[in-house]
Design a protein around this ligand. Structure first.
Ligand code: WQD
Length: 337
C-alpha cells in the first residue's frame, strides 16, 4: 500500500517506516524535524534501498498536508506527528492542543480532500489514567491525568467520529505502553533532546558516561521491590504492530482501539538489573522521591491485539536492553554524531 507516515522521522516513526518498507509498502513521510533528524530517514533508506518520499512541513498546515498527499495518493496514513512529553504538556497545554488535536483535525480534512480513508493513530496508554485494575484492557475507563493524555483521548474521539461519518472510512487507535530499544542494526534509535524524561534513554546515557547516575523516582510503591512497574515493549515489536494494524484497517471499515504492549511488567530496579546483565555495564543510581503524576504500575492486556490484529510482541528484556546499548555505543550523541 501507499502509506503516508506523519512524524515518520521520529523514534517510533522511523522504526515503523523501516518495518513498512521491509513489508513491501510504499512510504511518504511528512515531518517538520522539530524532534527528529533527517539522518534517521537517510539511514532507513540506506538499509532498505527503498525510496522514501519526504515532505518537510507542519502537520497543522493544509499546504504541507496537500504537498505530502498530492501525487503520492496515500491509501492510508499512520499518524505519529505530535508532542509527547507529559511534563511539557502541563506547562504548555495550548501548544499540545494545537499540535496534537489541531494537527489531527487538519490531517483528517486533508485525507478527505485526497480520498484517503484509512488511518492508524499513535495513541497512548496514558489515556487510562490511574488504573482501577490490571492488566489494563481496552474497556478500562479513560481518565487521562494530564494535557498530553487528554490530547490523545480527544484525538481518538475525533478519529472515531470522522470514521463514523465518512463512507468507507477505517481507523484504529493504538495505545502504546512503554516503547524502548532500537533496531538490531543500531543505525536508528531513541535520540531525546536534552535530559531524557524516560527511563531507558536515561539509563543508556548513564552507561555511556553522559549522565552521572540514575535517580529512581520512588522506592516506596506497593510493588515487588518498591519501584514503579511498567510494560516495556521493544520499538521493533511496536513497529510491526503498525504493519499489522495497517492490514487490519485495509480490510474493513469502522473504528477500533487496541493496546500495544507485552502484557508483562518490569520494575525500575528490574530494568536496571536487566540492562546490567545484558551489557555488563554497571548503572549507579540513587533512590529519590516519587515523580508527580506517576502511578505504581501500568501493564497492558494484550488479548485484543492478538485476536484483532493477529499480532503479539516477540522480543524480550535482553533484546530491549542490548539493542539500546548497541545504538548508544554506536551513536554516543545520537544522530548528531
Ligand atoms: C518509567 C518508570 C518512572 C525516569 C511516559 C509517558 C507515556 C509514554 C511513555 C508517550 C516510572 C521511572 C523514569 C527516571 C525513574 N510516552 N523513572 N527515573 O512515565 O511510564 O510513561 O513515557 O506516549 O505517555 O507518560 O515512562 O520512562 O518516564 O518512566 O525512576 O529518570 O521509570 O518513575 O516508574 P512513563 P518513563
Amino acid at each position: 500500500m501507499r502509506v503516508l507516515v506523519t512524524g515518520g522521522a521520529g523514534y517510533i516513526g522511523s522504526h515503523t517506516v523501516l518495518a513498512l518498507l521491509r513489508a513491501g509498502h510504499e512510504v511518504h513521510v511528512l515531518d517538520d524535524f522539530s524532534n527528529a533528524s533527517p539522518e534517521a530517514l537517510a539511514r532507513v533508506g540506506a538499509m532498505t534501498n527503498g525510496r522514501i518520499g519526504l515532505t518537510r512541513g507542519d502537520v497543522r498546515k493544509d499546504s504541507a498536508l496537500d504537498a505530502a498527499m498530492e501525487g503520492f495518493g496515500p491509501e492510508a496514513v499512520i499518524h505519529f506527528a505530535g508532542k509527547k512529553a507529559v511534563g511539557e504538556s502541563e506547562s504548555a497545554p495550548l501548544l499540545y492542543y494545537d499540535i496534537n488535536v489541531g494537527g489531527t483535525v487538519a490531517l483528517l480534512a486533508a485525507m478527505d480532500r485526497h480520498g484517503c480513508g484509512g488511518i492508524v493513530f499513535s495513541s497512548s496508554a496514558t489515556v487510562y489514567g490511574s488504573p482501577d485494575y490490571l492488566p489494563l484492557d481496552e474497556d478500562h475507563p479513560t481518565r487521562p491525568a494530564n494535557p498530553y493524555g487528554r490530547t490523545k483521548l480527544m484525538s481518538e474521539g475525533i478519529i472515531a467520529d470522522w470514521a463514523g461519518a465518512t463512507d468507507g472510512a477505517s481507523a484504529i487507535s493504538l495505545r502504546y505502553f512503554n516503547p524502548v530499544g532500537a533496531d538490531v542494526s543500531a543505525r536508528i534509535g531513541e535520540d531525546p533532546i536534552g535530559v531524557p524524561d524516560n527511563l531507558m534513554p536515561f539509563i543508556a546515557q548513564v552507561a555511556i558516561g553522559r549522565r552521572k547516575e540514575l535517580a529512581i523516582f520512588g522506592a516506596d510503591w506497593p510493588t515487588r521491590d518498591g519501584t514503579g512497574e511498567r510494560d516495556y515493549i521493544h520499538v521493533s515489536d511496536l513497529a510491526e504492530a503498525h504493519v499489522a494494524a495497517l492490514a487490519h484497517v485495509a480490510g474493513r471499515t469502522g473504528y477500533d482501539v487496541c493496546n500495544v504492549g507485552t502484557g508483562t511488567g518490569s520494575t525500575v530496579l528490574e530494568m536496571v538489573a536487566a540492562f546490567e546483565a545484558a551489557t555488563g555495564v554497571a548503572i549507579p543510581y540513587r533512590l529519590t522521591d516519587r515523580r508527580p503524576g506517576d502511578v505504581k504500575s501500568y501493564v497492558a492486556s494484550v488479548d485484543k491485539a492478538r485476536d484483532l490484529l493477529g499480532w503479539e510482541s516477540r522480543r524480550d528484556l535482553p533484546d530491549m536492553c542490548g539493542s539500546t546499548w548497541a545504538w548508544q555505543q554506536a551513536n554516543p550523541n545520537g544522530f548528531r554524531d
